[in-house]
Write a protein that binds this ligand. Structure first.
Ligand SMILES: Cc1cc2nc3c(=O)[nH]c(=O)nc-3n(C[C@H](O)[C@H](O)[C@H](O)COP(=O)(O)OP(=O)(O)OC[C@H]3O[C@@H](n4cnc5c(N)ncnc54)[C@H](O)[C@@H]3O)c2cc1C
Length: 417
């Protein structure tokens, strides 16, 4: 199988269209929705739903299938859904990360339904994202004492007749308010059916908006991505239908963790997309400093002997190299997914590289620009704030390095913690 990262004409056309949209509709309101953290750009969100409903959803981790296409194609024909998603996401996040994260769509919750839901569950829970009105999906894993260490999840799910009863507290749920209060969405909640079983006992459950016993208890004020809502949710005797579990309810063998692994596999699809988000922000910062330097008559001399470069040239070329390396890792990870190859290692490598690269690139960009970088008159300081999240959510940079080290060195989770 040959790897070819020359983008297809279809992806190139989409990339250009999305870039124009990001430049004309997203970037101009970026500052406004950074300053007014808990407001939503409803006009834009309604427009996004109208023109991209389902398309943006595809870009955010769920596969949109052409009419007539088999649900699980047996034949390994090359697909580019995930590559198209990564390219699209880079462009939108170039426009603005906070606003892009606030776009309607299935989000991580929808990705989990797509990865481990039954055909009936997919039909019931994913159809709503292609409707007229914006709808959001969310995923609630993190708890006060369980983030990186997901095995420590304490939220419980107990079967009572035809219902699961959920009790516990979730924190830092992206788009939780959008999903549960601003639209008819849902949140996928990770809870344990058997604490003693460890990871094997942890299952994802779909909880619909408006379910009694579920309450948003806090809305975060954040450093960056301020247009995106992040909430805490409490579950107190929250009853959901028995069939709202994703995957099997069985804790087959307490020494095995297959069910847990299947849910974790959701991240193999979404981590490269988080990397693409980071790359979009990093590119915004790089474009800005290169344009500013150009306007000031500073020429960057590519191809000269490194010993003759100025420190500014060296810094900028290093930033460009880091961004390109991150993009290549990201495209490889999504290419593998499109071609039905296991990509957990590559997904973690892409996210580890992109998260760190964009954090460094935006900080360096502020340093190079000095007061222009620090002033709120420009967006550079915002990009520096927005970038850090890529090193935190969906597994921190350290966790990605840990996953990578385990796979490269052949160690188990128990051998390398
Ligand atoms: C804006 C925002 C949005 C979020 N959205 C969501 C969401 O939608 N859904 C959701 O469930 N969660 C979400 N999160 C939570 C996020 O995924 C967690 O914060 C993250 O996984 C880290 O977990 P933690 O907070 O428990 O930190 P900890 O795990 O306590 O980590 C603290 C520090 O210790 C390091 N560390 C931990 N374990 C190790 C180790 N074994 N080796 C080396 N270093 C280690 C970490 O890398 C980190 O630097 C969001 C967080 C933020 C800030």
């Amino acid at each position: 199988m040959t790897i070819d990262f020359e983008l297809s004409p279809r992806i190139k056309a989409t990339k250009n269209m999305i870039h124009m949209f990001a430049e004309s509709a997203v970037r101009p309101i970026a500052r406004q929705y950074d300053e007014n953290e808990h407001e939503k750009p409803w006009d834009l969100l309604n427009m996004v739903q109208k023109f991209m409903g389902g398309g943006v959803a595809g870009a955010f981790g769920t596969e949109k299938k052409d009419k007539g296409e088999e649900k699980e194609p047996k034949e390994k024909k090359p697909r580019e859904t995930n590559l198209a998603g990564a390219v699209t996401i880079e462009e939108i996040f170039w426009g603005d990360a906070g606003i892009a994260l606030a776009f309607p769509g299935p989000g991580l919750g929808g990705a989990a339904v797509q990865a481990s839901g039954t055909p009936e569950q997919k039909e019931k829970f994913l159809a709503r994202f292609s409707g007229e009105k914006p709808v959001w999906g969310a995923m609630a894993i993190t708890e006060p004492e369980a983030g990186s260490d997901t095995a420590n999840i304490k939220t419980t799910a107990v079967l009572d007749g035809d219902e699961w009863v959920l009790n516990g507290e979730k924190i830092f749920v992206t788009s939780g308010k959008s999903a549960l209060e601003d639209s008819e969405g849902f949140v996928v909640v990770w809870a344990t059916v058997d604490r003693k079983a460890g990871r094997a006992g942890i299952k994802p459950f779909i909880v619909e908006h408006g379910t009694p016993g579920m309450q948003i208890t806090k809305i975060e004020d954040k450093l960056g991505i301020r247009c995106s809502d992040t909430v805490s949710i409490s579950f107190m005797d929250c009853r959901i239908p028995k069939e709202n579990i994703l995957g099997s309810p069985e804790v087959v063998d307490k020494t095995k963790t297959e069910g847990f692994k299947k849910v974790m596999a959701t991240f193999d699809a979404t981590r490269p997309l988080v990397a693409a988000m980071a790359i979009g922000v990093g590119r915004a910062a790089l474009d800005f400093i290169k344009q500013t330097l150009k306007e000031e008559g500073v020429e960057l001399r590519y191809g000269i002997n490194p010993h003759r470069m100025s420190s500014l040239e060296r810094d900028i070329m290093q930033m460009e190299a880091d961004l390109k390396a991150a993009r290549l890792l990201t495209w490889r990870a999504v290419w593998m997914l499109d071609n039905g190859l296991r990509n957990d290692l590559q997904a973690s490598m892409a996210k580890a590289k992109a998260g760190l690269a964009v954090t460094r690139i935006t900080q360096k960009a502020v340093e190079i620009m000095g007061p222009i970088g620090y002033s709120r008159e420009y967006l550079l300081e915002k990009w520096m704030r927005d970038s850090k999240i890529n090193d935190i959510f969906e597994g921190t940079g350290q966790i990605q390095l840990l996953v990578t080290a385990r796979r490269v060195l052949g160690f188990t989770r128990e051998q390398l913690k």
